[in-house]
Write a protein that binds this ligand. Sequence first.
Ligand code: UD1
Length: 417
Amino acid sequence: MGSILVNGCIPLQGKVRIQGSKNAALPILAACLLVEGDVWLENCPKIADVYRMIRILRSLGCMAVWEGRGLHINTNRMNCGELPAEAVTGMRSSLFLLGALIGRNREVFMEYPGGCVIGKRPIDIHLDALSRMGVVFEEKDGMLHARTSQPEGCEYLLPFPSVGATENMILAAVMARGVTIVRGAAREPEVVSLCEFLNACGADIEGVGTDELRIEGGLPLSGIVFRIPPDRIVAGTYLFATMITAGSVLLEQAPVKHMEEVIRVAESMGAECQETREGLFVQGPGRPVCPERISTQVYPGFPTDLQSMLLVCCCVAEGESRIWETIFENRFRIVEPLQQMGANLWMEGTQTVCVKGVERLAGQTVEARELRGGAALVLAGLTAYGDTRITGTEFIDRGYENICRDLRELGARITSV
Ligand code: UD1
């Protein structure tokens, strides 16, 4: 099990380049299965979840080769090989293969997808939406078997704007017969990226960025060069890291227009944020001030993926906060390790945490139990007196190219051991 060692209390200074977005790259990698010819994905993040998706594509007979920061993919020679169980169960994004393989192959046989243990994370909306498109599901020996003679366009209202279910519908709909209308669609920037990628390949998706998508199915898709946008969650992680260390940092290429609510919250806590030609410049306050009450929301609200980093920031801020998690029910697994480090926070029911800021946290050995919570514990280490050891860093590697390198470049004393 890997660990990260941090010696805290150093203000971060300098600039850091923001990597490509994990949540944009993964569905686009699945979408490559629908494209004829060569695709070049520039700025593709080199993270464990992308490596997993590449392993899955290769096991299906596809070509996927790194060329510098870019990834060259050709899926023309795909066979109907078995999906590697380890790669599918280890990551929720393998769920995108369902929509993509239904689109390409009309049949999928796969394990139930895994991912971070941040809640029950059912897949009922994915299954219901695809069933409406004529896909029949069966469970055999704990595996999911999906098949159809051809996906059919339909009108579907999502009961909740699920990011993954919206993306799965889009993937199946571009290969379907006729038109698909998705109402109540997720509007996250990563859904927009998937639509922009598919449209650039030749698809016809209207309403991109709104909650109603109209997808004309059956158009041929051909290879392109596409740039994966910068990761708004990684940018937000480093924004909060700057805040809690009273640092001043330029987040190069930060996708400022997709971070409006995060920037608003940071400013309300005392940060100064300025958009520049290169990205976002952040100046942390001497000591942040707790926002009174924050709840996570679907885009454009405050993202659930940054809730843990905000929580760490509140732990060392002045005043009291209540943070209400509305998207995933198990995203407070870092409460206990933060308490070990001397933070004053407690649960109110199962979905709200109350925090009373303390001056400083104290270094401890703590365990990362999921991706975003793990990154938040690194932030806790940056603000703590003494040494903090974070174990279980495999979780962090799923979404951050090299969090130690990035923070070291900003002056932090941090190593991976
Ligand atoms: C995606 C992101 C994740 C982010 C989340 C919310 C990727 C790879 N992951 O996850 O980082 O935190 O969006 O912005 O892009 N739900 C159901 N039934 C379903 C599907 C979802 O009840 O069939 C529920 C979930 O349990 C959860 C909520 O809907 O409570 C949101 O899930 P969803 O938007 O689907 O998140 P993901 O696509 O899994």
